[in-house]
Write a protein that binds this ligand. Structure first.
Ligand SMILES: O=C([O-])CC(=O)C(=O)O
Ligand SMILES: [Mg+2]
Length: 563
């Protein structure tokens, strides 16, 4: 194996079915006559010799013929495990059509039904019963080139909750985007699922379930297991990037805080979501003609993503001149117990920093349960920005959105929960309730919404605009750590690329088919920030551009030489 990044000739000792069985080396019908001679492939392959273009066309035709997106997802997963070059060529050339299959929303169903379609191993399952073998499992020389790892414990998959071992689907999907959007070589990526059991009774009762059939371990056992995992990763991959994905709220924040100074690591749901929300917000306020420091932000969902967004935006407001106290007072966090405010209820954890004071809400209306709900927050706080990371479909209800639209000319509304079924509101409703004035960003993709004689584009405000570029930056300058300022740089770089800069009717973020250009621009700014903070190797801008470019792997068939 060991194909070198973009090297022209690949040397391999494999031949015949062994060569074809390697997804990174397999070319299927595109093996040439000379290669069929040299690698003993005659007879194994049908006689017609094709090429990548033919293969992309053929697969696309088959893909489109399926009845459901889940079948398409499953077909693509199979293709990834049999011919990765073709998988990525297809994905990159048809990214707008395929991204929603490989990633949100369909990846959600892919995780829920993971056991049904499990066929070939991809990535690593590190299960609790195997905890003493972790070091040995990771020692496999197949992983020598690994530079980017995505790990999940499957407890909070998108807004779909605990999927146990099915969470592997999310680690695989995220890493596919590192390759599709940033050109990170597939051989340098490793999806990992920490299988610590599941509390999802449907999974536990399902005879097909492939995970460890046990309730989740928690407390000290869980902490010790994760500690062992991190120690093994730090030892085996001292220069790799470790991305935490879809851990449940309390674990997500705590693990990030514990490990962010020990290795090069970040949590995508906290920091990636925050950066894309901040970048899209900066683009939106330019359209609305207001400034960041004037915004009043209501956040529905006060878990790790919510406090991550608040944290980054508070910092951005402080960079723009507000004091910390002033900046924090602009935020209204709402969780399942209503507004997070002192005097009304116990307030603890990260969210306490953003709790409104008892005086500020003294004469606000409480509901029968003694809570302050969204409608009363909107009535009293008069927000200009409403962001949802709650996983609750319908949380942005008509009365609240209509009231917001009476109070501000261009309400900025981002229902960010995934997949589509968990979006806090549909863009069509938001457009209708605000007479087309809302500036909308959604976590999952939505089609444009017709309004009067125009079509309003709906911006997909998804982490995929951020993390691929962050990964590229880390590799380009061998970053040792990842700071919040690096995510701020990513958000700002993204805002600079907004099509709405030149046309206020355009989308807030570039279209999905420009994700590769976005990743390169984001990588450059993130890498420079790492250099400024002394967290990565320094070099001039020209060299940095070249380093980034040199990392970008293209899915094309390269010639092979037998060794
Ligand atoms: O995967 C996505 O689309 C965004 C994300 O991290 C999440 O919703 O957990
Ligand atoms: Mg996530």
């Amino acid at each position: 194996m060991n194909p070198k990044t973009n090297s022209t000739v690949i040397e391999t000792a494999l031949s015949g079915v062994d060569l074809i069985a390697q997804p990174l080396l397999n070319k299927g019908t595109a093996f040439t006559e000379a290669e069929r001679d040299a690698f003993a492939l005659h007879g194994i392959l049908p006689p017609s010799i094709g090429n990548l273009d033919d293969q992309v066309r053929r697969r696309l035709t088959v893909l489109r013929s399926f009845a459901t997106n889940f079948e398409r997802y499953s077909f693509l997963r199979d293709l990834q495990d049999t011919n990765e070059t073709l998988f990525y060529a297809l994905l990159i050339r048809h990214i707008e059509e395929l991204l929603p299959l490989v990633y949100t929303p369909t990846v959600g169903e892919g995780c829920q039904r993971f056991s049904e379609i499990w066929r070939r191993p991809r990535g690593l399952f590190l299960s609790y019963p195997n905890r003493h073998r972790m070091r040995d499992i990771l020692a496999d020389p197949r992983f020598d080139q690994v530079r980017v790892i995505v790990v999940s414990d499957g407890e909070r998959i998108l807004g779909l909750g605990d999927q146990g071992a099915g969470g592997m689907g999310i680690s695989i999907g995220k890493l596919s985007l590192y390759t599709a959007c940033a050109g990170i070589h597939p051989a340098s990526t490793l999806p990992i699922l920490l299988d610590v059991g599941t509390n999802n009774q449907e999974r536990l009762d399902n005879p097909l379930y492939v995970g460890w059939r046990n309730p989740r371990i928690s407390g000290e056992d869980y902490e010790a297991f994760v500690e062992e995992f991190v120690s093994c990763i730090a030892e085996r991959f001292p220069n790799a990037l470790l991305q935490w994905e879809d851990f449940a709220g309390a674990n997500a924040g705590r693990l990030l805080a514990r490990y962010r100074d020990r290795l090069c690591t970040f949590n995508d749901d906290i920091q990636g979501t925050a950066a894309v929300a901040a970048g899209t917000l900066m683009a939106a306020i330019r359209v609305s003609g207001s400034s960041l420091t004037e915004q009043r932000v209501v956040l529905v969902g006060a878990g790790a993503a919510g406090t991550g967004i608040a944290g980054l935006l508070v910092q951005a407001m402080m960079d723009a001149g507000l004091s910390q106290g002033e900046a924090r007072s602009r935020f209204y966090l709402i969780d399942s117990k209503g507004l997070v405010a002192h005097g009304l209820r116990p307030v603890e954890g990260e969210r306490a920093q953003y709790a409104q004071s008892a005086e500020a809400v003294a004469d606000w209306q409480l509901d029968q349960a003694g809570r302050i709900e969204l409608l009363d927050v909107v009535r009293n706080a008069r927000p200009s920005v409403l962001i949802g990371v709650s996983g609750q479909a319908g949380a942005f209800h008509q009365a609240a959105v209509r009231m917001m639209a009476e109070q501000v000319a261009r309400p900025i509304i981002f229902p960010l929960s995934n997949p589509t079924s968990r979006s806090e509101a549909t863009p069509a409703d938001l457009v209708a309730w605000t007479e087309g004035r809302a500036l909308i960003g959604t976590g999952s993709p939505f089609p444009p919404v017709p309004f009067g004689d125009r079509l309003i584009p709906i911006t997909q405000t998804n982490n995929s605009y951020i993390f691929p570029g962050v990964g590229l930056a880390v590799l380009a300058v061998h970053a040792r750590r990842i700071s919040d300022a690096m995510f701020m740089a990513a958000g700002r770089a993204l805002a600079e690329l907004s099509p709405a800069r030149n046309d206020s009717h355009a989308a807030l973020l570039p279209p999905v088919d420009q994700l590769r250009e976005v990743a390169i621009a984001v990588a450059f700014e993130v890498a420079r920030q790492a250099q400024t903070e002394g967290l990565g190797e320094t070099c001039g801008d020209e060299e940095l551009r070249q380093r980034i470019q040199d990392l970008v792997w293209e899915p094309v068939y390269r010639p092979y030489r037998r060794v």
